[in-house]
Design a protein around this ligand. Structure first.
Ligand SMILES: Cc1ncc(C[n+]2csc(CCOP(=O)(O)OP(=O)(O)O)c2C)c(N)n1
Length: 193
C-alpha cells in the first residue's frame, strides 16, 4: 500500500477479478485497459469508452435484458459525474443483478489527470443510497475491501460500491476489442449459454 493509504488501482480490481465467475463486466476509461490485463473472461467483458458516463447505462440495459446473469459496471468518477442521473434511473429500474463499482481516483486520468469536480468532497455511495440503490458501500483501504467484498457481492442489488483508489499510473494494461466487437462476442456467448 502506498503512503496515501489508498488502495492501488490494480489491487482493488484484483480483489474483484478473483471473485468473478460468469458476470458480464462493463468497463470504461482507464479501467478498461487495467481490467483487460487482469480479466480471465474477456468474452464477457465490454469496454464502453467513447460515451463518457454511459457505462452504467449500458450495464443497466444488460442487467434488465439478462436478469439471470450478474452484471458489474466498473465506472470512473469523472464519468459518473457526467451521468449522475443514471443513479436515479438505475435505482428506479432496480435490477437486483447489477453491481455498480466506482473507481474513485479523483482525476480524469485517461485525459491527463485533471481533477474531477467534487474530488475528496462528494460521497457517491451516499448519493447512490439516496437515489434508491438497495445497497451502498465505500472502502478506502484494501483491508476493508477484502473484509467485506463477499458481503458486497451477496447484497441485494442494485448495489453501489466506491473504491477510493490511487491513480492507476504505471499499472499493467492490455488492449481490448472495440465495443461493437465485444458486444457481438457477448451476444454469441449468451446465446450459446
Ligand atoms: C462528453 C465528453 N466530454 C469529455 C470527454 C473527454 N474525456 C474522455 S475520458 C475523460 C475523463 C474520464 O475520467 P474518469 O471517468 O474519471 O476516468 P479515469 O480515466 O480517471 O479512469 C474525458 C474528460 C468525453 N469523452 N465526452
Amino acid at each position: 500500500m502506498a503512503d496515501s493509504g489508498r488502495m492501488s488501482y490494480l489491487d482493488a480490481l484484483a480483489v474483484l477479478e478473483r471473485r468473478r465467475r460468469d458476470e458480464i463486466v462493463v468497463t470504461t476509461m482507464t479501467c478498461s485497459r487495467v481490467w483487460a490485463y487482469l480479466s480471465e473472461h474477456p468474452e464477457l467483458d465490454v469496454s464502453f469508452g467513447g460515451c463518457m458516463g454511459k457505462a452504467s447505462s449500458l450495464g443497466l440495459g444488460l442487467a434488465l435484458g439478462r436478469p439471470g446473469r450478474r452484471v458489474w459496471v466498473l465506472d470512473g468518477d469523472g464519468s459518473l459525474v457526467m451521468n449522475l442521473g443514471s443513479l436515479v434511473t438505475i435505482a428506479q429500474q432496480a435490477p437486483a443483478n447489477l453491481l455498480h463499482v466506482l473507481l474513485e481516483n479523483g482525476v480524469y486520468e485517461v485525459t491527463g489527470g485533471q481533477p474531477v469536480p467534487g474530488a475528496g468532497l462528494a460521497d457517491f455511495a451516499t448519493m447512490a443510497r439516496a437515489a434508491g440503490y438497495r445497497s451502498a458501500y465505500r472502502f478506502d483501504t484494501l483491508a476493508a475491501l477484502e473484509a467485506s467484498v463477499d458481503e458486497v457481492l451477496a447484497a441485494p442489488g442494485p448495489t453501489f460500491v466506491t473504491l477510493v483508489v490511487e491513480e492507476a499510473g504505471a499499472a499493467p494494461r492490455k488492449a481490448y476489442p472495440p465495443t461493437r466487437q465485444a458486444l457481438a462476442t457477448l451476444r454469441d456467448r449468451l446465446a450459446a449459454a
